[in-house]
Design a protein around this ligand. Structure first.
Ligand SMILES: [Zn+2]
Length: 401
């Protein structure tokens, strides 16, 4: 069988003889097809397989279980395929994978040259791709380092260095600048990029570095003791950049500034927002304190009852409010509430001399209002779905009269 994806990587339409076509057990209309030749790259080396059609029938998976094993094409078809068939590769998918894969070679080359960071493996996902690097602690990636690595890769792309894939003789192999010593018994396929980079690889590659178009390192993280570097290359990188350019332009328009000044404008707005939030917090606090000071207590047999709904207050202010009132009036039973979205926060505090248990009192009040809460003898907190001051008064007075 001839692997056309190696011998003729530009071939995306080919004819081949069907050598085997077996129904896949348990799968309706799915056949496992072997061919005399194929341009379908099978999943391997972190690169997903090619998809496409065989005689117009969708190829949904392509696998290869080793050098000696046949390449298996899984084809959706209502009848078995036979004779000579025409295979068509999904060109956009192949190009995308080729760009990610070749982009990874450039990242691996630059990181090895700079840090002797040896690449372990590649994974190409639907949105992004990653390469795992041996992390011996001898280097640290930062955004600045990655920007610089990208600049060097862009130089490679601009120089349009040729990419050559071949099966070298033992003599050629001995002269190649390979990072890893090859196994002399293995038939190695080598990819050379320019004169400096040579690595054993079975994936699909661009013909020259300009076809990689662009590489952008997205992020990096520790993974099982290695360093995992996420990236986009080729059209993915162009689309990634285009989306961000559009967003940056739109944001700059909202700020009436240049994109170059966008970060500074956002920072100014953030600081301004923080200051306004601080001022608003102080104003609300003063308002709540004013309302608290104005509550007229109701005299009861076992204490003085304070009830107020302080809309605009948060739970911390309710907490401060009950402690303020109960400190001022040791006979106080103070119930405060405030709207919190679709519910109400509630707090109840009792003064040292009033003899009412705050936790029990709030529990009784909130049960009447369809809520839940409780707490200590002197302070309790909870939430309820509705607020009714008369219902609160009735429950608390029944405990205090
Ligand atoms: Zn490769």
């Amino acid at each position: 069988m001839i692997a056309l994806y190696h011998s003729h990587p530009e071939c995306t339409r080919f004819s081949a003889e069907v050598q085997g076509c077996e129904p896949v057990p348990g799968q309706e209309n799915l056949y496992c097809v072997t061919l005399s030749d194929t341009a379908f790259y099978p999943t391997g080396g972190g690169q997903p397989c090619d998809l496409g059609t065989l005689d117009g029938c969708p190829v949904v998976d392509v696998t290869h279980e080793g050098d000696e094993a046949p390449i298996l094409h899984f084809v959706r078809s209502e009848r078995p395929l036979s004779g000579t068939v025409t295979g068509c590769i999904d060109v956009a998918r192949r190009r995308d994978h080729t760009q990610q894969h070749s982009g990874q070679h450039l990242i691996s080359h630059v990181l090895y040259e700079r840090f002797k960071a040896y690449s372990l493996g590649l994974h190409i996902g639907r949105e992004d791709a990653y390469v795992d690097l041996v992390d011996d602690g001898g280097f640290r990636l930062t955004r600045e380092v990655c920007d610089d690595v990208e600049r060097e890769i862009n130089e490679w792309i601009a120089r349009d260095e040729p990419v050559r894939c071949f099966f070298p003789t033992q003599q050629e192999l001995a002269e190649l600048p390979l990072r890893k010593k090859p196994d002399p018994h293995e038939a190695l396929r080598i990819v050379c990029i320019g004169k400096e980079e040579a690595v054993a690889c079975c994936g699909t590659h661009v013909r020259s570095t300009a076809q990689v178009q662009m590489v952008h390192i997205l992020s990096w993280q520790q993974s099982h003791g290695n360093l995992r570097v996420f990236f986009v290359a080729g059209l993915r990188a162009v689309q990634y950049a285009a989306l961000r350019i559009a967003q940056a332009d739109a944001a700059a328009k909202l700020f009436s500034c240049n994109v170059a000044d966008l970060a500074a404008s956002v920072e100014r707005l953030r600081v301004q927002g923080q200051e306004q939030a601080r001022q608003l917090g102080e104003a609300r606090k003063a308002l709540v304190l004013g309302k608290l000071a104005a509550i007229e207590p109701e005299k009861c047999a076992r204490g003085n009852l304070y009830i107020a709904v302080l809309n605009g207050a948060d739970s911390a202010q309710l907490r401060d409010g009950i402690s303020d009132v109960t400190r001022r009036d040791p006979m106080a039973v103070c119930f405060l509430a405030a709207c919190a979205g679709e519910q109400f926060d509630a707090a109840l505090g009792t003064g040292a001399q009033c003899g009412v248990h705050a936790g029990n009192a709030l529990k009784a009040v909130l049960t009447a209002l369809g809520g839940k809460g409780g707490g200590r003898p002197d302070s309790a907190f909870g939430r309820c779905a509705r607020m009714d001051e008369d219902a609160v008064r009735t429950v608390l007075r029944s405990m205090m009269d």
